[in-house]
Write a protein that binds this ligand. Structure first.
Ligand code: C2O
Ligand code: CU
Ligand code: CU
Length: 505
C-alpha cells in the first residue's frame, strides 16, 4: 500500500505517460480544472402507459484540449449521450435514429431484455434508419449503460463517443439514506481514457499493440471533461462509476486514502454497505460508491498503480510490452462547498439479495479464452472491408473459435439455471461479459468471490491463468432465431474475435 506522500508524488501529473505515445500535455499545454460535465437526464414521455425515449446518433465536434477541436460521435449531443432514467416495472419504447453517416447499433448493457431489443450486432441500424425496441424493465435498480455494438467496429464507435449511462431505479435504490438526487448527490462518472493526435482528433488504433492490449489512451476524460472538478454540496455523495474505457482497468481510490462505501455492483445493490479503500474496475464494470465529505477537505479521486500480485496484472511477455496499469494518475478533483447539507446515514441493510444456489444448475459449460501472440498476430485471415482493425484477422478466441455471425456457439434452454466456467489461457486479463441478464460468482480459482464481487454482475475480470465460475438464470425470454452475445469487453479483443453467440429457446 502506498503512503499518502508517495501517492501524491506519483499522482502529480494530470495525464499518463505511457512512453509509447505523445501525451497531449507534452506539447506544452496546461489545463486548469474544469467543472465536471453532468450528462442530462433523459426521462420518458408517457404515451398510453408507455414511456418513450428518443435517441439520435450523430456526429459532432468537442473541445477537450485548449485551442483544439475533436471530431466526435454523440447521442443527442456531440459526445456521449444523456443518462437514461428508467424505473423498474415501466414499459419502455426507445426510438434510436441513426444520423451518423454509417451503420451502428445500440446495446443496453446489463439489461434483462428480449434479444430482439438487445441491440447487439444483429440489430444493425442502417445510416438514416430508425430502430424502435420496446420492453418492460423487469430487473432491480442498477447502474447500466448503453453503447454501440457494431460488428468489428464497437471499439471505434464507443471510442468516438457512442456511450451513455442508464439508471434503473426501484424502491430500494431510491430509499431514505441513499443519496438519489441526480446531479446533486447522485453523480454519474463515465471514466474513459483517450489518445489525441496533434490536430486534436482522437487517435484510435495506430499500431499492432493497440489491438493486442486493447486501445489505451494517455489522457483521462470523465463524462467527457478533461481535468474535471466537482464541488459536493452534501456531506455524502453517491458516485455511479462506469468504466467506459475500451481497455484500461482502474484501481480507484482517494489520494488521502479515505475509506468509501460500495453499495452496488453491475446488477444493483449489494446486500449491505461495504467499506473499501480501493476498488478495481475493469472495462464495462460499474460500481456505486458513497463518499463522506463531512470534513470539508478537498480530495482527489485517483487510479492507483495495479499491485504486482494483482490477478489482473498481465503475465509473461505481455507484462513487458505495455506499461498498462502500472502508473498512478488523477481522475477527478473534489472540492466540497464551504457549507455542506447533512446527508442521512446509509441503511445498515441495502436490499434482500437472493443467492442462486449451485444445486439449481442443470447445465455446466466451460469457455476457454485464448489469444494468438507474436508478430504474425492479426495478420492472418482477412475479413474484407467490414473486417477488424488494420485489416487484422481474428486473433482472439473462445473455445478456439473466433466470432462468426453465422455460428451459434451455445444453445441454452429457457428457464434453465446454468454454471459457466471461464478459463483464461492467455497472458492478460479479459473482462468477460454476457448479455441477457445478471449472474452471481460462485468462485474465483476455487475460492469464494471477494465481497465487492458477491452481488449481481454482468462483467467479470478473468486474470491470466484464472478460472472463474458463475451461475445465471436464463429466464423470461426465448427466441429461436436471434442470438445474444458473450464476449471480452476489451473492445479491440471483442472486435477481433473474442465473442460468441448463444440462443435461448
Ligand atoms: Cu457492453 Cu456486448 O456489451
Ligand atoms: Cu452487454
Ligand atoms: Cu480480452
Amino acid at each position: 500500500m502506498l503512503k499518502r506522500r508517495d501517492l501524491l508524488k506519483a499522482v502529480g501529473g494530470l495525464a499518463i505517460s505511457t512512453g509509447l505515445v505523445t501525451p497531449w500535455h507534452a506539447w506544452g499545454q496546461q489545463v486548469s480544472p474544469q467543472p465536471l460535465s453532468i450528462p442530462p437526464l433523459l426521462r420518458g414521455e408517457a404515451v398510453n402507459g408507455v414511456n418513450r425515449y428518443r435517441l439520435r446518433v450523430q456526429r459532432g465536434t468537442s473541445r477537450f484540449l485548449p485551442g483544439l477541436t475533436t471530431p466526435t460521435f454523440g447521442i443527442n449531443g456531440d459526445f456521449l449521450g444523456p443518462t437514461l432514467h428508467l424505473r423498474r416495472g415501466e414499459q419502455v419504447q426507445l426510438q434510436v435514429t441513426n444520423n451518423l453517416g454509417a451503420p451502428t447499433t445500440m446495446h443496453w448493457h446489463g439489461m434483462h431484455l428480449p434479444v430482439v431489443a438487445d441491440g447487439g450486432p444483429h440489430q444493425e441500424i442502417a445510416d438514416g434508419g430508425v430502430w424502435e425496441p420496446a420492453f418492460t424493465v423487469l430487473q432491480p435498480g442498477a447502474t447500466c449503460w448503453y453503447h454501440s455494438h457494431l460488428l468489428n467496429r464497437t471499439g471505434e464507435q464507443v471510442y468516438q463517443g457512442l456511450a451513455g449511462m442508464i439508471i434503473i431505479e426501484d424502491e430500494d435504490t431510491h430509499r431514505d439514506g441513499i443519496p438519489s438526487t441526480y446531479g446533486v448527490d447522485d453523480i454519474p462518472l463515465v471514466i474513459q481514457d483517450r489518445a489525441f493526435n496533434v490536430d486534436g482528433s482522437f487517435r484510435y488504433v495506430g499500431m499492432h499493440m493497440d489491438v493486442m492490449t486493447g486501445m489505451f489512451g494517455d489522457t483521462i476524460l470523465v463524462n467527457g471533461t478533461l481535468s474535471p472538478e466537482f464541488a459536493p454540496t452534501t456531506s455524502r455523495v453517491r458516485f455511479r462509476l462506469l468504466n467506459g474505457s475500451n481497455a484500461r482497468t482502474y484501481t480507484l481510490a482517494f489520494d488521502d486514502a479515505r475509506p468509501f462505501t460500495m453499495i452496488a455492483s453491475d446488477g444493483g445493490l449489494l446486500a449491505a454497505p461495504l467499506a473499501l479503500t480501493s476498488l478495481e474496475l475493469a472495462p464495462a464494470e460499474r460500481a456505486e460508491i458513497v463518499v463522506d465529505f463531512s470534513d470539508g477537505r478537498p480530495v482527489n479521486l485517483v487510479s492507483l498503480p495495479m499491485a504486482a500480485d494483482s490477478p489482473s496484472q498481465p503475465r509473461g511477455m505481455m507484462g513487458n510490452m505495455h506499461p498498462m496499469n502500472n502508473n498512478a494518475f488523477h481522475l477527478l478533483s473534489l472540492r466540497p462547498a464551504a457549507a455542506l447539507q447533512r446527508s442521512p446515514a446509509l441503511p445498515v441493510q441495502l436490499t434482500q439479495l437472493e443467492r442462486i444456489e449451485a444445486s439449481e444448475a442443470v447445465v455446466e459449460r466451460q469457455l476457454i479464452l485464448t489469444m494468438a501472440m507474436g508478430m504474425g498476430m492479426g495478420m492472418g485471415r482477412g475479413r474484407g472491408a467490414a473486417g477488424g482493425m488494420m485489416g487484422a484477422g481474428a486473433s482472439f478466441f473462445i473455445n478456439g473459435q473466433a466470432m462468426d455471425m453465422g455460428v451459434i456457439n451455445q444453445h441454452v434452454l429457457a428457464g434453465d439455471t446454468e454454471i459457466w466456467e471461464l478459463v483464461n489461457d492467455s497472458m492478460m486479463m479479459h473482462p468477460f461479459h454476457i448479455h441477457h441478464g445478471q449472474f452471481q460468482l460462485l468462485s474465483r480459482n476455487g475460492r469464494s468471490p471477494a465481497a465487492q464481487e458477491a452481488g449481481f454482475k454482468d462483467t467479470v475480470k478473468v486474470g491470466p491463468g484464472e478460472s472463474v465460475r458463475f451461475i445465471m438464470r436464463f429466464q423470461h425470454f426465448s427466441d429461436a432465431q436471434r442470438p445474444y452475445m458473450y464476449h471480452c469487453h476489451i473492445l479491440e479483443h471483442e472486435d477481433n474475435g473474442m465473442m460468441g453467440q448463444f440462443i435461448v429457446t
